[in-house]
Design a protein around this ligand. Structure first.
Ligand code: MAN
Length: 530
């Protein structure tokens, strides 16, 4: 059988295959500090054009320690351009981008040591670090696997809860429309009833005002009568002036109970004067004396119907035989009457205070009916208003709940409404997720708020790794307290540790099955090559 020579086409295929295999096996040649994904932007066979297209330079000027491009793109592997980034491959571990100012600064930033290429003092530790990181990732993966079932359950519960809240919100919004309709209706009814009531009461108000005015005059006259009687009784020499010696004979004015009424004691009842005439007595002295006289008379007042009289002992012998009923009568208090007043239902009354008790006029049947109807309408309107308010506050509560971010699959929702504690030698710390962080000194029951739920603060790709609680209680001479919570995966909800790295800035570590999920990798963290 005749053997054919291989065709050109076949030879080409073989060459391409060999080339592909070789490229896959070796590193793609590229300037120092350039990542694999950007290697194509640096072609050594051509002049280099800055990424911002402002300048084209010979390729030899790339990484020549001189910054030609304003955007720093010609010096990816040196520290010559302040704004450029250096990429370390870190084969065996994670690739890393660092500011080029860190290149050759004497600090090992890249585990492959490429950032310190001048001193070459940084050994390649990527293999060990990679192993370490892979081990940590493996452990996390195990934890995640173990907690995943729990997390799925939490997530299902969270989704259900959220749906229930949403349904409830729709229901409440409907109820609110109906409650507002009822309230408006009750308000109209109240207005109508009050208009009728007001017209009906107009007549009564006039009568009551007249009675009130009459009463006031009567009371003033009564006071004047009482005062005048007392003045005349005490003014023993009937000279029209009540003087200190005349009062000194009256034992009730012995304020310090030392057995005699001193000049000062007597003067104090005479508006601090030596003597006083009737008109000034009524205005200034009687209001001071009346309570004393009432008290004394109250103590010595004979029981009603009992003839036996016990008079206030008076120093003045001339007055010992005076008839006790000459003493001014104190106004009588009638507690019973007040009690009865309190027990009556409100709508049976005019809406006036107790001082108006005696000025009330009985309403006729028709007026009383209108007053009762207006009272009823007022009460129904108040109830309807309260009902709208209650529905609204429930709506606000649910809206607040729905605004909270419990994770894409609601797995963190079940933590809401629960609190977790951690105790150290001095304090008991409490984390109530999505609500607050609290510190309580063991020696006192006083709570210090370390922050109120604010937001998730994890890095891009894993926002649910940390939480922030801020606007806590103000720190002495400092800012308000705040708390960061590092959230990690474990099979149980637990506040693992608490620290205060800076004064009034707290760091909590909290673990929960809700955090057992695979973390999305940031594009920069993905291994460029192994
Ligand atoms: C309290 C606690 C501490 C905090 C100080 C600041 O003692 O809240 O955590 O550091 O106040 O004055």
């Amino acid at each position: 059988m005749k053997r054919h020579r291989p065709t050109n086409e076949l030879i080409l295929h073989v060459i391409v295959a060999v080339l592909i295999l070789n490229i896959a096996k070796t590193e793609v040649p590229r300037p120092r500090g350039v990542s694999l994904s950007r290697a194509g932007l640096y072609d050594p066979t051509k002049d280099f054009t800055c990424f911002d297209n402002t300048l084209t330079i010979p390729f030899a000027q790339v990484n020549d320690e001189y910054c030609d491009c304003a955007d720093g793109s010609d010096e990816p592997g040196t520290s010559a351009c302040p704004n450029s980034m250096f990429h370390c491959t870190n084969a065996g571990h994670q690739a890393l981008n660092i500011f080029s100012s860190r290149v050759n600064d004497g600090i090992c930033d890249c585990c492959d040591g490429t950032d310190e290429y001048v001193s070459k003092k940084c050994p390649n530790t990527c293999k060990e670090r990679g192993q370490h990181a892979r081990e940590a990732a493996r452990l996390r993966a195990e934890l995640v696997k173990a907690g995943k079932q729990l997390r799925n359950e939490l997530s299902a519960e969270g989704i259900k809860m959220k749906q229930q809240k949403k349904d409830k919100l729709v229901e409440l919004q409907k109820s609110k429309i109906e409650a507002e309709r009822v309230m408006k209706e009750k308000e109209d009814l109240k207005k109508q009833a009050e208009e009728l009531e007001s017209v009906a009461l107009e007549e009564y108000r006039k009568i009551e005002d007249e009675i009130k005015a009459k009463k006031a005059i009567e009371e003033a006259e009564m006071i004047r009568k009482e005062a005048t009687e007392t003045f005349e009784k005490f003014n023993s020499n009937a000279d029209g002036l009540l003087s200190i010696p005349e009062l000194q004979t009256r034992q009730p004015f012995d304020k310090d109970h030392n057995g005699e009424v001193s000049e000062e004691e007597a003067r104090s009842f005479l508006d601090n004067r030596e003597s006083i005439n009737l008109e000034d007595f009524i205005v200034y002295a009687w209001p001071l004396m009346k309570p004393i006289m009432m008290r004394e008379q109250g103590v010595f007042k004979p029981p009603v119907g009992v003839g036996e009289v016990e008079e206030v002992p008076l120093n003045d012998a001339r007055e010992v035989n005076e008839e006790p009923d000459e003493e001014p009568e104190p106004p009588q208090y009638d507690d019973e009457e007040d009690d009865e007043e309190d027990e009556e239902p409100a709508e049976e009354h005019h809406e006036e205070d107790e001082t108006d008790t005696n000025t009330k006029v009985e309403y006729d049947e028709e007026t009383q009916k209108l007053v009762s109807e207006a009272t009823q309408a007022r009460s129904e309107f108040t109830d309807a208003e309260a009902s709208v308010r209650n529905i609204q506050s429930e709506i606000t509560r649910i809206e607040e709940y729905l605004r909270k971010d419990f994770g894409a699959d609601e797995a963190f929702a079940a933590l809401e409404g629960h609190c977790f504690e951690y105790t150290d030698h001095e304090y008991i710390y409490k984390l109530c997720p999505f609500d607050k962080a609290v510190q309580q000194a063991k020696s006192s029951a006083v709570d210090t708020r370390l922050g109120t739920w604010s937001k998730w603060t994890g890095p891009e790709g894993n926002p649910y790794e940390s939480m922030l609680y801020d606007h806590g209680q103000a720190c002495w001479n400092g800012p308000s307290r705040s708390t960061r919570v590092q959230v990690s995966c474990s099979s149980e909800n637990k506040l693992i540790s608490v620290a205060e790295p800076n004064r009034c800035e707290y760091l909590f570590e909290f673990s929960t099955p809700a955090a057992c999920y695979e973390v999305e990798q940031h594009p920069d963290d993905v291994h460029d090559e192994l």
